[in-house]
Design a protein. Structure first.
Length: 82
């Protein structure tokens, strides 16, 4: 797939020079950064699935207590992935 990005020329030049100094191309460097991010996202999703499965497997007999109500602020743990 081919995409077009809008990146300030000064940034492109800096990264292109860095990439050449490290024996790679700007294109390859960007591809590797994106692949690393996809791997990170995939690992985070897999961890969330494992945590949910663990939660379900550790419920007390009969499931959640009668009358239990989900509270988004109390029960949802949010993580920012950068």
């Amino acid at each position: 797939m081919s995409i077009t990005l809008s990146i300030p020329p000064a940034i492109v030049q800096e990264v292109r020079e860095w990439a050449e100094e490290h024996g790679t191309s700007l294109n390859q460097y960007i591809r590797e950064c994106l692949e690393a991010k996809v791997h990170e996202i995939t690992e985070l999703r897999a961890r969330k699935v494992r945590e949910f499965k663990n939660f379900l497997l550790n419920l007390p007999p009969g499931g959640l207590p009668k009358g239990y109500r989900f509270n988004r602020e109390r029960d949802a743990v949010r993580e920012v992935v950068t």
